[in-house]
Design a protein around this ligand. Structure first.
Ligand code: GLY
Length: 385
């Protein structure tokens, strides 16, 4: 094992908890700091582990990372309790002819990347999922896209961390503690308590940019991209409503229906940049309308919850992951893991590995340098170790 370090991880969403878990598994001491673990984007997330069906055209530079992270998931889940992990695959459906053309473009992009996708006739799609509308214009299967229940996963990670002796501090981090030479030596909490650490990992989403003590030249251009998301209970007579995750494009708008083991489904998710951090009536209407276009029996479900949370977006839709430079090179003791936008749950194992490797002084593969958190800064000096 590498020399034992103490990591202070700020932020207890899936990303922060995953980093803490990976460090604890490697034998390091860990303290996680968050006033309300699992209550941010993790609380809303549908938990799709879907590098194939979430291959957005502008995000192809993310594919190697998302695929690697998806591959790491089974190992990442080792030793955790129930997480709702399901490997049944994702069915992608098009509503009208224009949606079919758009999804055919996506399928061609997926095939060009060597990803597994299987075109389905309407009959084949409905044989797989009898509740699908007979009016859909096209469908394909992404058998390698899986899903997890993020609320169950964050609870399982918190349990596992407590079992491994990690500290969970339910307070807000106010500032980085820095030595006279600029090294980050830990975190100062909102009550003035100081937590000393060898490595401080900033993994608190949009809050990362708000912390006092970050390098003055560091620009973390995070922006909130709100998603409305619904949880509905499927009456016994209709179970299972769907077995696979069903994603669709309905008159150009994306929607997904994700089945949970407890007899509920999660329907999401809008993308709003209107600054409104409460569920939007228009968003909820759009989700119910479009989910019903794919699966008409959605109208018969019981609406249990409407939630809204912000995804931490970045200008290039890629994460801010790794060390950051100041005038003398990389700031010792500081790691950043934020800006995961739509892929926080999926990318948690990759973020965990990168941060644990960096904390241990291991080299990070050259292709990950493109995700350096300081790539938008006024000066970008230093190099990833
Ligand atoms: N990854 C799904 C979403 O952000 O809505």
């Amino acid at each position: 094992m590498a020399v034992q370090k103490h990591l202070a991880v700020v932020g207890a969403g899936i990303v922060g908890l995953g980093i803490a878990w990976e460090a604890a598994r490697r034998g390091h001491r860990v303290t996680v700091i968050d006033p309300a673990p699992g209550s941010g984007a993790t609380f809303a997330a549908a938990g799709m582990l879907a590098p194939v069906s979430e291959l957005y055209y502008q995000e192809e530079q993310l594919l190697a990372l998302t695929l690697e992270s998806a591959r790491r998931y089974p190992d990442f889940l080792q030793g955790l309790g129930s997480t709702g992990h399901q490997t049944a695959g994702t069915l992608v459906a098009a509503f009208d002819a224009a949606d079919r053309l758009a999804l055919e473009d996506l399928r061609q992009a997926q095939l060009a990347q060597g990803l597994r996708v299987e075109q389905l006739t309407s009959r084949e799609a409905r044989r797989l999922e009898p509740a699908l509308s007979p009016a859909l214009s096209g469908a394909f299967l992404a058998p390698d896209d899986h899903q997890i229940d993020p609320r169950a996963l964050s609870a399982a990670l918190l349990d596992a961390l407590a079992g491994a002796g990690a500290g969970i501090v339910r307070r807000r981090a106010a500032a980085l503690a820095r030595s006279g030479t600029g090294e980050v030596t830990g975190v100062v909490l909102d009550d003035g308590t100081r937590i000393a650490a060898d490595e401080t990992v900033m993994a608190n989403g949009l809050g990362t940019a708000l912390l006092d003590g970050l390098p003055a030249s560091l620009r973390l251009p995070l922006r909130p991209v709100y998603g409305d998301i619904l949880r509905l209970r499927v009456p016994q007579a209709l179970r299972p409503l769907v077995r696979l995750t069903v994603r669709g494009l309905v008159r150009g708008l994306p929607v997904y229906v994700v089945p949970r083991e407890d007899g509920t489904v999660v329907i999401g998710a809008t993308s709003r940049e209107d600054g409104a951090d409460a569920p939007s009536a228009g968003g909820v209407y759009q989700l119910l309308r479009d989910a019903q276009a794919l699966v008409p029996a959605v109208a018969e479900l019981q609406l249990e919850e409407t939630t809204c949370r912000a995804r931490p977006g970045t200008p290039d839709n890629a994460p801010l992951l790794g060390r950051v430079a100041e005038s003398e090179g990389d700031v010792p003791g500081l790691l950043v893991a934020t800006g995961f936008f739509r892929h926080g749950v999926l990318l948690a194992p990759a973020a965990a590995r990168v941060c644990a490797d960096l904390a241990e002084g291991l080299p990070v593969p050259a292709e990950l340098l493109q995700f350096r958190p300081d790539r938008f800064s006024t000066s970008m000096e230093g190099s990833q170790r």
